[in-house]
Design a protein around this ligand. Structure first.
Ligand code: PMP
Length: 447
């Protein structure tokens, strides 16, 4: 009885769990971009395991690879021993890595979650520099373990207590709502997205011995903030940050947990601006739907002593197998380019949708990582022309979408950004359908 399962699990789950509360469905089967609930209803899945399922649910390549590994009796878990499965995955992953990391690039299997890889990256940067303080960004999201939480910008809900690690947060450019308050003279000088002022601010901070951060351990940033509301860093800004860190010898950590594996229309989102990190953080789609997290870094950063960073679940065998199948398919079929093509059509569709709906304040995104920020147009706009965010409406839209068979996610500073993270294999007809449902649901929600 689906209703009983739902009620039981809701009651037993902690109140911190969000999906369990906001998506009242009991998935029992899934394929491609479709999830079927225990009630027999089909849902179009534009969340895809929080961006994990690049190939959608139960892609034949992934199913075949996992069943083959099980039937040949491959060991299920082997810590960090060398196995043929790990060898094959590593070969495939190396072929996908940005060449700028060097042919002697090192891999460190963490696991099982994205946050674990962030922890490893922070610790590696701290070990390499002998410094403590991390530089991170407003609106950033890196996970829920202590270090990852400390560099996460969502302090109101996720991080209400003082951070356990030393972190200084820097302003991330947010074109729709300039973080500097463009009403002020400094804000007006910041340009349309505050990017230039952000760079000057960071340089000043790193230079000032009186309370600045003259000895940072590393800098961590997302190319497109996902949980932060689908906010893409301007390419020029990213290049400037890369240059500052290079000049000053600050390890540059790029968190591509959500943006990696074709999501934004390039295999890595960093390719849009042509930058290469010192440490690349990967998870979600690289495990093909199974838990996997890896960092890749320049060989000269490999300063760890044996035993310095270990763990039981690093490099799960089935995740290697599913991950390899996924990476291969994304590369062979050019699913990153497909994401770029389909994504720009979806973005155009969202722009159309926003045109005669004043409560859709801003639509944005890259590839198949898309967002629409909902606002209250009855309240006066600020100096940048943005109305206040409307999280209540966003929650209503999500519920109306679900009623019409579409699963979406919310994010952003106020939870007012509708996010679409469909699998990269979503069909053209399916993506049109998602847009139509979204429009319909939005109209129903404002009524
Ligand atoms: N970094 C980014 C950019 C993410 O989007 C996420 C998860 N949404 C994480 C890190 C943390 O990953 P996990 O939830 O697997 O710990």
């Amino acid at each position: 009885d689906p209703a009983a399962i739902l009620a039981r699990q809701r009651e037993r789950e902690s109140s911190a769990r969000t999906y369990a509360r906001t998506l009242p469905i009991v998935p029992v089967r899934a394929g491609g971009a479709t999830v079927v609930g225990a009630d027999g209803r089909s849902y179009l899945d534009c969340l895809s395991g929080a961006g994990t399922l690049a190939l959608g649910h139960n892609h034949p390549d992934v199913v075949q690879a996992i069943t083959a590994a099980l039937s040949r009796g491959a060991p299920l878990h082997t810590l960090d021993l060398a196995t043929p499965e790990k060898d094959a995955f590593t070969e495939e992953l190396r072929a996908c890595l940005p060449p700028g990391l060097g042919s002697d690039v090192k891999l460190h299997f963490c696991g099982p979650s994205g946050a674990d890889a962030v922890e490893a990256a922070i610790k590696l940067a701290q070990t390499a520099t002998g410094n403590q303080t991390m530089l991170a960004f407003t609106g950033g999201y890196h996970g829920m373990t202590a270090g990852a939480l400390a560099v996460t910008g969502n302090v109101a809900v996720k991080n209400p207590l003082p951070a356990t690690a030393s972190v200084v947060r820097l302003p991330f450019p947010y074109p729709y709502r300039c973080p500097f308050g463009v009403g002020s003279p400094a804000g007006r000088a910041a340009g349309p997205d505050g990017a230039e002022l952000s760079i000057r601010y960071i340089e000043r901070l790193l230079d000032d011995p009186l309370g600045g951060v003259t000895d940072p351990a590393g800098l961590i940033v997302e190319v497109v903030q996902g949980e932060g509301g689908v906010v893409a860093a301007p390419d020029g800004w990213l290049r400037a940050i890369r240059e500052i860190t290079r000049r000053r010898g600050i390890p540059f950590i790029l968190d591509e947990v959500q943006t990696g594996v074709g999501r934004t229309g390039r295999f890595w989102a960093a390719q849009h601006s042509g930058i290469t990190p010192d440490i690349l953080v990967m998870s979600k789609a690289i495990g093909g739907g199974l838990p996997m997290a890896v960092i890749a870094y320049r060989a000269e950063l490999d300063v760890w002593t044996p035993g310095a960073h270990t763990g039981t679940f690093r490099g799960n065998q089935l995740a290697m197998v599913a991950g390899r199948a996924t990476l291969r398919r994304v590369r062979q079929d050019g699913l990153d380019e497909r994401a770029a093509r389909l994504g720009s059509r979806l973005l155009a569709g969202l722009e159309d949708l926003a045109r005669d709906r004043p409560y859709v304040g801003n639509v944005r995104g890259r590839g198949l990582m898309l967002g629409a920020e909902l606002v209250d147009p009855t309240i006066e706009a600020d100096a940048v022309g943005a109305h206040p965010a409307d999280p209540r409406l966003a929650a209503l839209v999500r519920a109306e979408c679900l009623r019409r068979g579409l699963i979406i996610e919310l994010g952003g500073r106020h939870g007012a950004v509708i996010r679409l993270l469909p699998p990269l294999i979503i069909g053209e007809e399916e993506s049109e359908r998602a847009l139509a449902i979204l429009a319909d649901a939005a109209d129903a929600a404002v009524r």
